[in-house]
Design a protein. Structure first.
Length: 459
């Protein structure tokens, strides 16, 4: 069974007179799991294909790396006798991987134990003054975990997303199916503002909102609500943006929040609601990460965020760790950030061995960052893929220049303290030897087939 890295892996300064390079490695067979390797030494490299790290070439500023604390994840984690260990392994930088971002669902998603909103009324009734609004549901499992995560990771950044408005606001009277009619945009904006205010009072500030999860998804079996780009632009421009401003909230708004295979949607919202739209959010289930760069080129001042991607069980479950590590390293941790993502968020922080709890009609083979079954906890490939970034690339870090070799995919970052982190993945079937050059110093390294490594050194 895969487990978290050993306690001896905590970050510690290297005992060398000259700066050395710390090396951490995860192998595709799981024998090395974010494991500290012997330091590499500058002055020992040259003659191989070279990754040149240029701290003077700067790109986006990083917000963080993390995953979503869905209703399903929170219930599993909070009920586990290993709850405190889980939170430490996930959010503490020294003892764990130091996640610095979390996505929070506003009401129920597909990964929930039941369908719920924060303003429930009997069928056929409404509540336009939102007198029944309450986040009491989240006080049982979600908010206690978020508050503890914030203690362990004080820089934690939280983006929140609704799957659906309360059913009484929608055309079909249900959170499942139907759309939000334009005449209810104002009350839905009020609802989202009340959510942000309630979470802030509960000790969990909301840093950003997206107006609608997967607005092009017409799923009819779990909460959702299609929203065309012109409708989202109007909602943000006329209702959500002004109401957040009037409430004195600094919460950002990210457009779209759907797959890489559509760049027209986020561009249209960024064009039409520029005053109140801070960036665009993407999912990984269609297209490729280059879509993020296309939106960045059209709107260079807009933030880009990768807000959802779930791993799935491979056809041969024995290959799940290998397959997930490789795909997420290349497309999310490296591909996402090389295409301007300021944050990378996976989907469920925890699922059970049956890939749930999950509502009918939703994903039945999704995998979480962890698998939790009471006191049995497994740390999955997602945990290690995230850890290779989150433990070493801190909020405020800037992605810096580095050339992608193809045989060795990579991304480099300069932290606020000046230290450099280089994340490298070997997607080939054989080991790859390469040189890393930075500021007229160089070292060599051989990365095994499928290996994922992070290199860290003082600036």
């Amino acid at each position: 069974m895969l487990s978290a890295f050993a306690p001896g892996l905590v970050l510690a300064p290297a005992a060398h007179a000259e700066p050395s390079v710390g090396v951490w490695l995860t192998t595709q067979d799981g024998r090395q799991l974010l494991a500290r390797q012997p330091d590499a030494e500058f002055g020992s490299g040259g003659g191989h294909r070279t990754i040149t790290v240029d701290p003077g070439e700067t790109h986006q500023t990083m917000t963080g790396f993390g995953a979503a604390l869905t209703d399903s994840s929170a219930a599993l984690m909070n009920a586990s006798p290993r709850r405190d260990e889980l939170l430490t392994e996930l959010f503490d930088q020294r003892e764990g991987i130091g996640l610095t971002a979390v996505r929070q669902v506003i009401g129920a998603s597909d990964f929930a134990r039941e369908v719920y909103s924060y303003d429930e009324v009997p069928p056929g009734q409404d509540d336009y003054d939102l007198s029944e609004f309450s986040i009491a549901h989240d006080e049982a499992d979600i908010l206690p975990l978020l508050r503890r995560a914030k203690e362990l990771s004080p820089e934690l950044n939280t983006v929140a997303t609704p799957w659906s408005a309360p059913g009484w606001m929608k055309s079909g009277g249900s959170m499942i199916g139907g759309e939000l009619p334009a005449q209810n945009y104002q009350v839905f904006a009020d609802y989202l503002v009340k959510f942000v205010q309630a979470y802030q009072r509960a000790g969990v500030p909301i840093d950003a909102l997206t107006p609608q999860n997967e607005p092009l998804n017409t799923q009819e079996s779990y909460p959702g609500s299609p929203m065309a780009p012109d409708a989202q632009a109007a909602f943000v421009r006329n209702d959500l943006g002004p109401k957040l401003e009037q409430a004195g909230l600094g919460t950002e708004v990210f457009a779209y929040d759907h797959n890489w295979d559509d760049v027209d949607y986020p561009n249209q919202v960024l064009d039409a609601a520029a005053q109140y739209t801070d960036g665009a959010a993407f999912h990984c289930y269609g297209g490729d990460p280059s879509a993020q760069s296309a939106v960045h080129e059209a709107h260079p001042d807009a933030e880009i965020h990768l807000t959802e991607c779930s791993g799935t069980e491979s056809a041969d479950p024995a290959n799940t760790f290998r397959d997930t590590l490789a795909w997420q390293a290349d497309n999310l941790i490296i591909g996402g950030t090389r295409n301007h993502a300021s944050s990378v968020l996976l989907w469920n922080l925890a699922l059970d061995p049956a890939h749930g709890p999950v509502l009918d009609g939703a994903c039945t083979d999704c995998t979480g960052v962890t698998t939790v079954d009471g006191g049995d906890v497994r740390y999955n490939a997602e945990y290690y893929a995230l850890g290779h970034a989150s433990k070493f690339v801190r909020p405020g870090a800037v992605r810096v220049g580095s050339n992608d070799l193809g045989e060795v995919r990579n991304a480099a970052f300069r932290n606020p303290d000046g230290s450099i982190a280089l994340i490298a993945h070997n997607p080939t079937g054989g080991e790859q030897t390469f040189t890393v050059s930075a500021q007229n110093r160089a070292f060599d390294y051989t990365l095994p087939a499928g290996g994922l490594a992070t290199f860290s050194w003082p600036g």
